[in-house]
Design a protein around this ligand. Structure first.
Ligand SMILES: [Zn+2]
Length: 240
């Protein structure tokens, strides 16, 4: 087994689940792991099996088999991969936008109603659209964080864009806020909540009731946004 190797294995069908089939698996060896574990990598669309040093692959297959229904259900729920190519549709602020390629124009991507228009070479489109989305994410996050920070009388040290898989935002002890650029695809009120959450950490670097009181002052969208991200977050990881 190669380190980090991906493959598709067949899980045995279970009585209650007829939709079983090939299961994309990535094997991972970890010296720190104490036991065999499974997790879904939403972005790769596969299940990651982590094996501690002395566990063999059979132990991984056994665990996969035990949890076959759960694994396949989770994988099936993942959205298909969306490449940032002309003709594809990506959400921006929760609104679908089609990527439109206009040959013979300047390559820089720009926004039109319902469309992200990109020129230059067609094969450069994915990179240019990705750059556009990141720039747009930064622009929107800076506006939101400035507003929230002013209300709480704080000032972020810096704002960084990341491509994280498990956290949408973070606040470092030095006051640097970091966000997944992918949030720009979520509805505005979801982005508003995540930014409000991290800005509130500039006052309280914990999740105490005082922290949540600050969040509540900044945004009314906490519960809905958390639920939206739980349901739709994995799909955002499948874009680009
Ligand atoms: Zn937090």
């Amino acid at each position: 087994m190669a380190h980090g190797a991906s493959e598709t294995i067949d899980l045995p069908a279970e009585k209650r689940d007829s939709a079983m089939g090939g299961c994309p698996v990535r094997w991972r060896r970890s010296t720190r792991a104490r036991r065999v574990s499974l997790r879904i990598d939403a972005r790769a669309g596969e299940v990651v099996v982590t094996l501690p040093p002395r566990a063999n692959r059979r132990a991984g297959v056994a665990l996969l088999t035990t949890h076959a229904a759960w694994v396949m259900e989770r994988l099936a729920a993942l959205s298909p991969h969306v490449a940032l190519v002309p003709g594809a549709e990506v959400p921006l602020g929760g609104v679908p936008h089609v990527i439109r390629w206009t040959p013979g124009t300047d390559g820089t991507a720009r926004l039109e109603p319902g469309a992200i228009v990109v020129g230059g070479e067609a094969e450069e489109s994915p990179r240019r659209v990705a750059e556009f989305l990141r720039a747009e994410a930064r622009r929107r996050m800076e506006v939101l964080s400035a507003g929230h920070a002013a209300l709480l009388g704080v000032k972020p040290k810096a704002l960084r864009l990341k491509d994280t898989r498990s956290r949408w935002g973070s606040c470092a002890p030095d006051g640097t806020l970091a966000f997944s650029w992918r949030l720009v695809m979520a509805p505005d009120w979801v982005l508003d909540y995540v930014v409000a959450h991290e800005v509130a950490h500039l006052r309280e670097l914990n999740h105490s009731s005082r922290f949540w009181a600050h969040v509540a002052r900044l945004t009314p969208h906490r519960d809905a946004a958390v639920e939206w991200l739980r349901l739709n977050g994995p799909a955002l990881l499948r874009v680009g």
